[in-house]
Design a protein around this ligand. Structure first.
Ligand code: G3I
Length: 468
């Protein structure tokens, strides 16, 4: 039986934090709600299986309820949108845009100029600079123009920096670079801006989460952004894809350093393709401690994201481990927030704990109100607001209050074990107990602020508590 998020909603009653009493029936909030309250966008791709109507129903139910930004895994790339010269195919992209408008999701467009997934016919013009400029300009103008005002942000150029740390462009296996030279990047941004002056325009790349040291991809990207800004090239954002492994523990702080460097240039940094995979061959051998470690790394990325004022989007490259390029193509595994049965993993809980540990009053947004609260654009008269969806489901009655060092949990289902965990404000687990039936003794916990996470089956909620 697939256990998924019960879209239950527990009324949020007044929390009384005074003499150590917290009496809160925490709402079964969603990532989406907490992101929206903080002026941020957190989301994931629509996998290609979704576009082909070949995915489980849980996928969309969770996607539109838990997230507020969406991007197509493959369906807005060059080969998908212009399969033949000057013959465009927008149906699949239109399907996503309609879904996003109906469900109040921001849309990222991915990707206009990329060396990979270029339609085969483009290679007929290899080396022909003027023709390639005309082809790229026509592609960008028609694609961005088709979704003008509906796609908030584009990955205008993707993965154009080379991988050998010599601070230079990718100069091989790129029909654009080899045929036009580096000017294709500047031109791509100008054409995208002409086609939709209101769209945010990003440079997107991988391995720029490895630090700003001399010669690194990240430092080369920052140099290019400096040059583009000086030359009035209309770039507004950088995307760090951040496809990493569980061992890459320095990357969150590297992303923070990159955010700070770009903040000085007035440019937003988005995490655009995060997954935190386990190494090849570990599938089936992973322990709770492994998943907790993954959760801790997700927590650190979310902490950085919420604490850096010029970060806007946190996009994960997949919703469930059941559908992930990691397993299909990378031999890594299980890098996402939901497992293959659509159960939220500790990584989900860590993302929620980070959001709860960063109150809306403390999180800055890089977006104006017109971006955070756009006019509703869906073309049907029944635009869903997934936040409202939750009121149509049954209420569950878990509640929790703290008296001194004892946590009283009521309303648990009698037959299912409940897991109670306590995290400090840095997201480190400090306490955990299973089979909680009611009272949980926290006498070993020192004074301070913590986030309690109570999980029972697919139901969970988190709440900040003060132990005095
Ligand atoms: O659509 C065809 C299908 O008709 C055919 O039967 C099937 C078998 O050959 O292939 C299908 O195309 C695949 C496509 O995904 C759609 O599923 C391609 O072979 C496959 O190469 C392609 O992989 C995508 C990959 O980009 C291509 O580079 C992954 O799904 C996608 O997750 C991945 O995403 C990229 C980002 O765009 C850029 N950053 C890196 C990230 C991971 O590589």
């Amino acid at each position: 039986m697939k256990k998924i998020h019960s879209l239950s909603r527990i009324a949020l009653s007044a929390a009384i934090i005074g003499a150590g009493f917290v009496n809160a029936q925490a709402a079964d909030e969603t990532i989406r709600q907490l992101a929206k309250e903080r002026g941020r966008f957190i989301g994931t791709i629509l996998n290609s299986e979704w576009f082909n109507d070949a995915i489980e129903p849980e996928f969309e139910e969770i996607h539109k309820t838990q997230f507020n930004v969406v991007v197509a895994e493959n369906e807005m790339k060059f080969d998908a949108t212009e399969p033949k010269e000057d013959v465009f195919s927008f149906e699949k992209g239109d399907k996503m845009v309609k879904y996003a408008q109906k469900n109040g999701l921001r849309v990222r467009g991915h990707a206009l100029a990329w060396h990979s997934q270029v339609a085969n016919w483009v290679n007929d013009y290899k080396g022909q600079k003027e023709k390639l400029l005309a082809v790229l300009k026509n592609h960008i103008t028609k694609v961005v123009g088709h979704w003008k005002g509906q796609i908030a942000e584009w990955d205008v150029v993707n993965e154009a920096v080379n991988d050998d740390y010599n601070a230079d462009w990718r100069s091989t296996n790129s029909v654009w670079y080899e045929g036009i030279g580096a000017e294709f990047l500047d031109s791509a941004f100008v054409w995208a801006h002409e086609a939709d002056p209101d769209a945010e325009l990003c440079y997107n790349d991988y391995s720029i989460e490895w630090g700003l040291r001399e010669g690194s991809k990240a430092s080369f990207v920052v140099e290019q952004v400096k040059r583009w800004k000086a030359n009035n090239i209309p770039i507004t954002c950088v995307g760090t894809q951040t496809h990493i492994e569980i061992a890459h523990e320095t990357t969150p702080q590297n992303v923070r350093a990159l955010a700070k460097a770009l903040a000085e240039l007035g440019v937003t940094l988005n995490i655009t393709e995060l997954d935190i995979g386990f190494p090849k061959g570990s599938a089936g051998n992973l322990t709770e401690a492994d998943y907790a470690k993954q959760g801790h790394l997700y927590r650190q990325f979310m902490d950085v994201f919420l604490e850096e004022p010029n970060m806007g989007e946190f996009v994960i490259w997949g919703l469930t481990d059941a559908h992930s390029w990691l397993d299909d193509q990378q031999g890594k595994t299980e890098g996402l927030l939901y497992d293959k049965q659509y159960n939220p993993k500790p990584a989900y809980d860590s993302v929620m704990a980070s959001l709860k540990a960063h109150p809306a009053s403390e999180v800055k947004t890089p977006y104006p109100d017109s971006v955070l609260n756009p006019p509703v654009k869906c073309d049907t008269d029944n635009c869903d607001d997934p936040i409202a969806i939750k009121t149509h489901t049954k209420l569950s009655s878990i509640s929790m209050h703290l008296a001194g060092r004892t946590l009283f949990v009521t309303g648990l289902a009698s037959k299912t074990a409940a897991k109670v965990e306590l995290f400090d404000m840095q997201g480190r687990p400090v306490f955990s107990t299973k089979n909680a039936k009611g009272n949980v003794d926290l006498s070993s916990i020192s004074e301070g602020l913590y986030v309690v996470s109570i999980r029972q089956g697919a139901t969970r909620f988190t709440k900040r508590i003060a132990i005095k």
